[in-house]
Design a protein around this ligand. Structure first.
Ligand code: FAD
Length: 289
């Protein structure tokens, strides 16, 4: 908890929040839903900057892309009609698996990503959609690939910046595209032991045009499995092709053992969930296995 907090600020804009972060450098912490930050606490934290009134709560189409503001809650994402129509609804599906309703009512997308937990479920779905992060810092705003943002946040490189929004190009759509989100947790309320998002498009002959595979809780941050994706391209996605892709994933993941599961179990389950996610994606794209 925060025993030494002297001020709780509610800036009305990102610019004001940035000024506060700069002014109290090293002593201030951004808070959005508080579901991670309150649990973690912080000894040196004297100032909490609540950004939930800084105008970052939105889900909107944006020139061939979609933008989700950082303080949009996971409940709002779960219920979004716009997001439900895109990529088999994997973004709302991922949101719906995060904790309980009460957690999702508070938890925000920005907090999920800025916390850079290996098990951040939203990161997995968004990586599969080639998402980017827009951050605001003293010298202005910039956009960077989500994977780069997660790596930087995990290394503490963005402590002086605010995640403003996440954008992703409108995902390929049509009856030959299929998507899936799969999560394995100890219970339905637990964080992931492994989570997987996948997508495929089949050509008119039933061969894979492209495939996307992203995983959570099996590496220092959520990750894409590009080599496994490439193994599928140009092939009819029969059981052997899926098994090869799943085996490649099991080879490249870097899970740890902790109180929830052993590294060996996570590795094996990565392959199982990838096979399951590819199977669902291929079926949704009209393919057979
Ligand atoms: C019981 C429980 C169950 C959970 N289950 C899941 C689960 O199944 N899946 C899952 O992925 N997560 C889960 N979580 C983790 C957490 O709820 C989510 O990661 C949530 O999305 C965090 O968002 P928040 O707004 O509460 O973040 P906060 O706690 O407010 O902030 C988290 C961190 O991010 C920083 N931050 C927040 N917003 C920004 C921003 N816009 N820019 C820069 N920095 C920012 C804060 O300073 C802090 O370091 C669970 C948590 C609990 C307590």
């Amino acid at each position: 908890m925060f025993d030494q907090v002297e001020a709780f600020c509610r800036p009305a804009s990102v610019a004001e929040a940035l000024r506060m972060l700069q002014r109290d450098k090293g002593r201030a912490r951004i808070v959005a839903g508080g579901t991670d930050v309150v649990v973690a606490g912080g000894d040196g934290v004297r100032v909490l900057i609540d950004i939930t009134r800084a105008g970052l709560n939105y889900i909107r189409p944006k020139a061939g892309a979609v933008a989700i503001g950082a303080t949009t809650t996971l409940s709002e994402i779960e219920e979004s009609a716009l997001l439900g129509k895109l990529a088999g609804g994997i973004i709302p599906r991922a949101a719906a698996t995060c904790g309980s309703t009460t957690i999702r009512n508070m938890a925000t997308l920005g907090g999920n990503l800025a916390n850079a937990s290996p098990a951040a479920d939203m990161a997995v779905a968004l990586l599969a959609l080639d998402a980017s992060a827009v951050i605001a810092e003293a010298r202005g705003r910039r956009k960077l690939p989500l994977a780069e943002y997660l790596a930087g946040a995990s290394a503490g490189r963005f402590s002086a910046s605010i995640l403003v929004e996440v954008t992703f190009p409108a995902p390929p759509a049509g009856k030959r595209c299929g998507w899936s989100f799969q999560k394995l947790g100890r219970t339905a309320l637990d964080i992931s032991l492994v989570s997987v998002a996948a997508g495929v498009e089949l050509d008119t002959k039933g061969r894979v045009k492209w495939a996307r595979i992203a995983l959570g809780a099996v590496a220092p941050t959520a990750m894409r499995a590009e080599a496994a994706e490439q193994l599928l391209v140009g092939r009819t996605p029969a059981v052997d092709a899926i098994a090869e892709a799943a085996a490649e994933v099991a080879r490249v993941v870097r899970p740890i053992s902790d109180v929830r599961a052993s590294a060996e179990y996570r590795r094996e389950m990565s392959a199982v969930l990838v096979a399951r996610a590819l199977g669902e994606s291929i079926a949704a794209a009209g393919g057979s296995r």
